[in-house]
Design a protein around this ligand. Structure first.
Ligand SMILES: Cc1cc2nc3c(=O)[nH]c(=O)nc-3n(C[C@H](O)[C@H](O)[C@H](O)COP(=O)(O)OP(=O)(O)OC[C@H]3O[C@@H](n4cnc5c(N)ncnc54)[C@H](O)[C@@H]3O)c2cc1C
Length: 403
């Protein structure tokens, strides 16, 4: 089998990459070891993994024809974010009204985003294989890939979109820079006594942040950050004890937790691939970088990667049809995205330092200076614009009016 582009991994980022490249006229094959279940029922219990999607991601998903699949299933717009530290006198409030926006983004289950991408994907010319990569070799014109089923495939370009533990990255011998936060995020859906007012709430305590992300009036997704050694304890609690522990961890700011759903926990590690590019091979999404999820930017960065890669390849094929998959073209994508991904990773480190350090400069900054920032509307608005719409040069598909 031969293909122009082989995308390995059909999660949110891989599916978006495959769709964007196919819509631009590339011949694409998508390899996914666990294709998603596309059946849907509104009664389905909320899945523990959700993402807060920015406007840039919304525009991109609209341009791919996937946003309507999200709207048809379910999503929740949030109109405010409230952030504060347990030892600070007041909080920072960010509102859509102050920005002149209808909302500050949407909270969507990851499985809903993935299904909304797979629907148009299955109707597109993309060839989908339920398989995984077992070996890979560089050739003069591309990559020879052996699949676990024993099949062989030749691709002019391999896109590694196979997540944090990417086998494409490993088979290409690309190293990682890592930082272990020694923290875990416990996530799941809960019903609270008080309404969440269509907002996301994040309270910083010395062990890490605790967040409620709105999924409906009384329904929220939690992100409870704990020292890593407490992860198994949190997962071992029965529903009643878990509800009580979450009420305590949140300090009851949405009242008691009344009901809890399925939960999951993830150890948190920052990873950055030492390069995104090898001959005829490129990395996107979590295969290239993972960040602390406290500001909900991980998949948003991955979708920016997907849109940027598609834009670079389309421009290159128009300008230089013979060399669109060569290293110098792929390096354009890396130069475009690496700095932004690194900036957001480092910003998360700064926030972590500011909110968790008990001594030195962090404490007076957190408890005395930062609460005053709530009055600095222009600073808040600038920060919100950066988070919602993206920073620096944005791929065209992530801008207003493109879809
Ligand atoms: C607790 C938590 C909360 C988060 N909250 C947010 C948030 O609010 N907003 C946000 O933007 N981000 C958030 N993130 C980050 C976000 O979930 C990830 O960045 C995102 O899921 C990465 O998508 P991906 O498609 O790159 O990788 P993945 O979702 O890991 O997808 C990889 C895909 O590749 C497939 N695969 C793997 N190996 C192979 C193989 N060898 N062959 C074939 N297929 C393979 C897998 O089955 C999977 O489908 C959060 C992360 C965590 C841990």
């Amino acid at each position: 089998m031969r293909t122009e582009v082989l995308v390995v991994g059909g999660g949110m980022v891989g599916a978006a990459t495959a769709l964007a490249l196919s819509q631009a006229g590339f011949e694409v094959t998508l390899l996914e070891k666990q294709p998603p279940d596309l059946s849907w029922s509104a009664e389905r219990a909320y899945q523990p993994r959700v993402s807060a999607l920015t406007r840039a991601s919304e525009y991109f998903l609209k341009s791919l024809g996937a946003w309507q699949g999200i709207e048809k299933r379910r999503s929740q717009a949030f109109t405010a974010m409230h952030v504060w530290a347990e030892d600070a006198p007041n909080r920072i409030d960010l509102t859509a009204d102050a920005l002149g926006e209808a909302n500050l983004g949407h909270v969507v289950e990851n499985s809903v985003v993935q299904a909304a991408l797979w629907e148009p994907l299955m109707a597109s010319p993309v060839r989908v294989l339920s398989d995984s990569v077992s070996a890979m070799e560089a050739t003069k014109t591309g990559r020879e890939v052996r699949l676990s089923s024993g099949k062989r495939l030749h691709a002019s370009l391999v896109v590694g979109a196979d997540g944090a533990f990417s086998s494409v990255r490993q088979l290409a011998g690309i190293g990682l820079d890592t930082h272990d936060y020694a923290q875990a995020a416990v996530v799941g859906c809960v019903k609270t006594e008080k309404p969440n007012q269509d907002a996301c709430w994040q309270r910083y305590q010395h062990t890490g942040p605790f967040a409620f992300l709105t999924l409906g009036s009384y329904l929220s997704s939690i992100a409870w950050y704990l020292p890593l050694e407490q992860k198994d304890w949190a997962l071992s609690l029965n529903d009643r004890d878990f509800a009580q522990a979450v009420s305590q961890a949140s300090n009851g700011f949405l009242g008691d937790v009344m009901e809890v759903g399925e939960r999951a926990a993830f150890p948190l590690v920052r990873r950055h691939a030492q390069t995104y590019v090898r001959p005829h091979l490129v990395l996107v999404g979590d295969a290239a970088h993972t960040i602390h999820p406290q500001a909900g930017q991980g998949v948003n960065l991955g979708l920016l990667d997907a849109a940027a890669l598609a834009e670079v390849l389309v421009e290159a094929r128009q300008a230089e049809p013979e060399t669109w998959c060569r290293r110098h073209v792929l390096r354009r994508y890396e130069r475009w995205r690496r700095g932004d991904n690194q900036l957001v990773q480092r910003a998360m480190e700064g926030v972590d330092w500011l909110y968790t350090q008990q001594g030195g400069l962090a404490k007076p900054l957190r408890t005395q200076v930062l609460p005053q920032a709530d009055r600095l509307d222009f600073v808040k608005q600038w920060l919100m614009q950066q988070a919602l719409h993206g920073r620096g040069r944005l791929p065209k598909a992530c801008q207003a009016g493109h879809s």
